[in-house]
Write a protein that binds this ligand. Structure first.
Ligand code: DOR
Ligand code: ZN
Ligand code: ZN
Length: 398
């Protein structure tokens, strides 16, 4: 698809200038001043900011098996409404994504829909049984597989995690770790996260595997990662919008890892500023009202991530918009091996058009997600996604 975007304030992790962007055959072809093309669909976005679309390293779309909560189509539409065109999906579907069959089903659906580029994780242990990693051998010729994860539960057995890391290293997969020692979950969720973070960092140092720490939420875990990154380049991490914006004393919404203390939030933000945090992962976790009442942890995140991060990090003066683009687009794309996240010729024509001054009130009735589980209902933020463009096609428009 071809598209000319005129009069944009173009922002990515490296640039901030006023100009035009031309997308040809789905890829960014030219970026510059006064671009003019004949017989090409043209949009004038004067007054708006254009950024690379966002990339989510962490979401749950619930298909197959739990589609009463979300499915690949509604999850993808929620992503587009939030400005996302690339999403990494966790394996805790039903059945768990441990087989080629489930993996291919997700990929077929992605291909049929042509909405968002998905990366489906395969589980680290077979069916999340915590013991068996033999199924991973079925994926060694899979050219598209990038990441494996037992997110939702985590891998308790250290020797199994070690062996999985060796395998991941051999095949170039990223291991995404949900750090939670179940032995501590009942009474101390801080120790539960911290101890597993330490273990996984240690195992990544030993094995040289590419480790990505999911939803880092404690000041201690941040400190361990900061320290490990000083000597090892095989470690990345993500933080969620809710762990940036909420504190336990104000809104202790049920999510795993839990909402933490003010000091943790401060440390997470500090780590974003000094580059210890690589990216934002939403941990979009759709649940029905009934499931939430029964205690299911998690919240939807794709449609609220940008306004939350923009307001809490940029509008508050903590970081620049360039930095926000780095953590919402560029670095996630790098981790997932996507040709996205920067506005320059040859990259995918995936962009988001934003009105930064627009004040919005979160209303879950507006969500394109099937689920409405959000602690942000009624809260005010700045920054609205006006349009999401994927490969030069306008796939979401307010
Ligand atoms: O809050 C959470 N929800 N944490 C997880 O680890 C899993 C997720 C889910 O799948 O609902
Ligand atoms: Zn998790
Ligand atoms: Zn998750």
């Amino acid at each position: 698809m071809n598209l000319l975007i005129k009069n944009a304030r173009v922002i990515d992790s490296l640039q901030d200038f006023n100009g035009d962007i031309y997308i040809e055959n789905g890829l960014i072809k030219e970026v510059g001043l006064n671009l003019n093309k004949e017989d090409i669909e043209t949009i004038d976005v004067k007054g708006s900011v254009v950024m690379p679309s966002f990339i989510d390293t962490h979401a749950h779309f619930r298909e197959p098996g739990l589609t009463y909560k979300e499915d690949i189509e509604t999850g993808s539409r929620a992503a587009l409404r939030g400005g996302y065109t690339g999403v990494c999906l966790m394996a805790n579907t039903q059945p768990i994504c441990s087989s080629k069959e489930v993996l291919e089903k997700v990929r077929e659906r992605e291909k049929e829909l042509k909405l968002v580029d998905l990366h489906q994780c395969v589980s680290v242990t077979k069916g999340f049984n915590g013991k068996d990693i033999s199924h991973l051998d079925n994926f060694i010729d899979d050219k598209r597989l990038k990441a494996i994860s037992d997110d939702g539960v985590g891998v308790m057995d250290s020797e199994i995690m070690y062996s999985a890391m060796l395998k991941a290293k051999e095949h170039g997969w990223v291991i995404m770790s949900h750090a939670e020692d179940k032995g501590f979950s009942e009474f101390d969720m801080r120790i539960a996260e911290n101890i597993m973070t330490l273990r996984d960092l240690y195992l990544a140092k030993e094995t040289g595997a590419r480790l990505h720490m999911c939803h880092v939420s404690t000041k201690e875990a941040i400190e361990y990662i900061r320290d490990a990154k000083k000597s090892f380049s095989n470690i990345t991490c993500e933080v969620t919008p809710h762990h940036i914006c909420l504190t336990k004393d104000i809104n202790d919404y049920r999510v795993n890892p839990p909402i933490r203390e003010k000091e943790d939030v401060n440390e997470v933000i500090k780590a974003i500023k000094d580059g210890v945090v690589d990216c934002i992962g939403t941990d979009h976790a759709p649940h029905t009202k009934e499931d939430k009442e029964k205690g299911s942890p998690g919240m939807v995140g794709l449609e609220t991530a940008f306004p939350i991060c923009y307001t809490s990090l940029v509008k508050s003066g903590e970081i620049t918009l360039n930095k926000l683009s780095e953590i919402m687009s560029r670095n996630g794309a790098k981790i997932l091996g996507m040709n996205k996240g920067i506005i320059s010729p040859g990259m995918d024509g995936d962009l988001v058009i934003l009105d930064l001054d627009k004040k919005i009130v979160i209303n879950s009735e507006d969500f394109h997600s099937k689920a409405k589980n959000t602690p942000f209902e009624g809260m005010e933020f700045y920054g609205e996604v006006q349009m999401t463009i994927k490969s030069g096609r306008i796939l979401y428009k307010k």
